[in-house]
Design a protein around this ligand. Structure first.
Ligand code: DOR
Length: 424
């Protein structure tokens, strides 16, 4: 048994602002103003801490199977626990691609030993080739609740339309990676002043926006539940805002890199700032934050995309895109959104826990009696400097290295077990 004493409650069904939580048999047994310890139990003094539902990350790449030299399920899960994340949805761009029941079973089997909950996302198309749909019903029966070809975008509107009909029929969420391949190519950076300064062709904002517009319209037409991954531009936010006004069943996510960084970071950090979609301009950052404030953007996910040091040591044109984020996401949200007065802590927890859980139909994301004891405890004011050498992840490709952040995860509890404890 664990007794959490005197924490500031956030994301709880109870009206209490400060209270105690008793954890028994992996579940939240009781939430009350005061619970006295009985028998043998671990007591956590949470007086200066926020106590919130464990974070639910809808977008991580754990590279397992196939690219375990970058990350595997256990190291990814350890990184998640260190970041306060108690549920991760793993993207399907593994090797083999998670487009078949056997691979889903492999992931679920490995996940049994992980410290947090791992939920595999199934591929929309075979081998992520954007040509033939996978068997959604079979994937669902194997435990898949959401589908995505993230990492690549399906170019055929006809196929996406068909996928949406199938997803709707099977009651599954479709997570859309929005980029037009002909416009984005494999270019490394945003099209704009930085690409010009580097003399490189760029990935224009419109490459994302036309695909967001397409998928929003297809969602309206098919009635499918569509979640737009990693929104990075001002016009994407505007399209989603409009779509929600007309009643589209659309939800959207952004990631810390899109509200904390601009394309200028490429000039300072090189390949560690290379990500798809690319870091954009200050105007885009401002619009992303406005989208979070007015609820156009429902979710903050990480798009945790581990790559090895060797991968990232290549030239900007050749290095793979992606950055890790599990061990910095909550601190970045607190630093850039809470300490700047843009969002309240409760709103951040909604974007990082309650909303993502609801979008894919998971029961987590709220502190309530009887629920699985998935809890993050954090000090919103503690300052620390990001040092990727201390990360649990195998990867080091963080553009936030050396940055001073305000807000630190102190404990993570998953299914009633303490799976991470900060060294004080
Ligand atoms: O930068 C990215 N990296 N964006 C994606 O969509 C995929 C990811 C990866 O798998 O490395």
């Amino acid at each position: 048994m664990i007794l959490i004493k005197g924490g500031k409650l956030c994301g709880a069904t109870s009206e209490l602002e400060v209270g105690d939580i008793l954890i028994k048999d992996g579940k939240i047994a009781k939430i009350a103003e005061r619970i006295d310890p009985v028998g043998e139990m671990t007591i956590i003094n949470a007086k200066s801490l926020m106590v919130a539902p464990g974070l639910v990350d809808l977008h991580v790449h754990f590279r397992d199977p196939g690219f375990e030299y970058k990350e595997d399920i256990m190291t990814g899960a350890a990184a998640a626990a260190a970041g306060g994340v108690t549920t991760c949805l793993c993207m399907a761009n593994t090797l083999p691609v998670a487009d078949n029941v056997k691979t889903i079973e492999y992931i679920l089997d490995k996940a049994k030993d992980a410290p947090i909950k791992i939920v595999p996302i199934g591929a929309i198309t075979l081998e992520h080739k954007g040509e033939t749909l996978t068997d959604f019903a079979a994937l669902k029966a194997a435990g898949v609740i959401a589908l995505s070809d993230d990492g690549s975008a399906i170019q055929s509107a006809k196929l996406v339309r068909h996928a949406m009909h199938q997803a709707h029929k099977n009651k599954m969420t479709l997570i859309s990676h929005c980029e037009d391949d002909e416009l984005a190519k494999n270019y490394a950076v945003n099209e704009g002043v930085v690409s010009q300064a580097l003399g490189l062709p760029g990935r224009p904002a419109i490459a994302e926006e036309i695909m967001v517009a397409r998928d929003v319209m297809l969602s309206v037409e098919t009635g499918a539940k569509v979640h737009i991954a990693h929104v990075s531009t001002a016009a994407s936010v505007a399209i989603i805002r409009m779509a929600k006004k007309v009643g589209a069943y659309i939800t959207a996510e952004t990631c810390p890199q899109y509200f904390a960084l601009t394309e200028d970071e490429i000039l300072k950090q090189g390949t560690n700032a290379r990500v798809n979609p690319p870091l954009r301009t200050q105007d885009d950052v401002t619009a992303i934050i406005e989208g979070l404030i007015d609820g156009t953007i429902d979710v903050i996910a990480t798009d945790h995309a581990p790559h090895s040091v060797e991968d990232k040591a290549q030239s900007l044109e050749d290095a793979p895109s992606g950055m890790i984020g599990l061990e910095t996401s909550l601190a970045l949200a607190l630093t850039y959104l809470y300490h700047t007065g843009k969002l309240k802590i409760g709103e951040i927890i909604q974007c990082m826990s309650t909303h993502p859980a609801r979008i894919v139909g998971l029961e987590s994301g709220v502190l309530t009696e009887g629920a699985s004891a998935d809890i993050v405890m954090f000090d919103p004011h503690e300052q620390w400097v990001v040092d990727p050498d201390q990360f649990k992840s195998k990867a080091r490709n963080s553009p936030f290295s050396g940055m001073e952040l305000k807000g630190k995860v102190k404990y993570t509890i998953s299914r009633g077990e303490i799976v991470y404890r900060d060294t004080f």
